[in-house]
Design a protein around this ligand. Structure first.
Ligand code: ZN
Ligand code: ZN
Length: 246
């Protein structure tokens, strides 16, 4: 039963009709993770400790704000702000006392690591509690996908005859396949996803080309065929984002 937590969203993604089933899985996961962080169940001290330390990336702090739970977010960010302010004060005061005691903090050589303040701030700026949670769960999705791929011929067929993947998820599948498949099975899987990418990129290229040709008066009266949404579908293939819905 426990494995269904991961196999259900994986199957939902595979059954979707978009340009990348793994983007569908990831987008849903992102929506539920953002909503969960501001839910009442979440206001536990140990989790608060993690959000205080890791903070949020630009995209996710904006998504949290857009949830409209001003009190919940206000309480969470007040705690984080205080935590980070205290940490910074402590680092700055230990830097000052080292400077007073004559240690040459500012005469740093190229090979020496940057100051503790820089190191700390860089780490905080680069971390995001929500990104971390999503990445960890997405790893479980990949594991569930390969488990299903090995035992379910239907999943094999969907992988083979689907619309391919975005570039990012193609790379993730290609690389993580080594963890779950061996020998001939690994080679066959990589061949299948590569052939699918090739075929589907040609399809999207042709759609996008026709989309641009439709701006030419000579083709103005020709049918659009499958090209009306070729531009957002191309952006999804290249970058894994849907510009029309975000
Ligand atoms: Zn994707
Ligand atoms: Zn993030």
């Amino acid at each position: 039963m426990k494995e269904q937590i991961y196999t259900i969203p994986v199957m939902d993604g595979l059954n979707s009709d978009g340009e990348c089933p793994f983007c569908v899985m990831r987008n849903k996961l992102e929506d539920t993770t953002v909503a969960y962080v501001l839910s009442p169940a979440y206001m536990e001290v140990d989790v608060r400790g993690e959000t205080n330390a890791q903070g949020f990336c630009r995209e996710h702090i904006a998504r949290l704000y857009a949830q409209g739970n001003s009190l919940g977010l206000g309480l969470m960010l007040h705690s984080q702000l205080k935590h980070q302010h205290d940490a910074l004060k402590e680092l700055l005061s230990s830097q000052d006392s080292s400077a007073r005691s004559g240690r040459k903090l500012f005469a740093r050589k190229e090979t020496e690591p940057s100051s503790p303040v820089s190191q700390y701030m860089k780490k905080y700026n680069a971390s995001c509690y929500i990104c971390g949670r999503i990445d960890a769960t997405f790893e479980r999705y990949l594991e569930a996908f390969f488990m299903l791929y090995k035992k379910d011929p239907e999943v094999r067929k969907k992988t083979e005859s689907g619309k391919g993947f975005c570039f990012n998820h193609f790379l993730q599948l290609y690389e993580s396949a080594e963890k779950y498949l061996k020998g001939d099975e690994l080679a066959a899987f990589r061949q299948i996803i590569t052939a699918s990418m090739d075929q589907n990129l040609t399809r999207v290229e042709d759609d996008l080309e026709w989309f641009t040709q439709k701006f030419d008066y000579r083709y103005a009266n020709e049918p659009w065929k499958n090209s009306r949404d070729a531009l957002p579908r191309t952006i999804l293939k290249l970058k894994g984002i849907k510009p029309d819905t975000k």
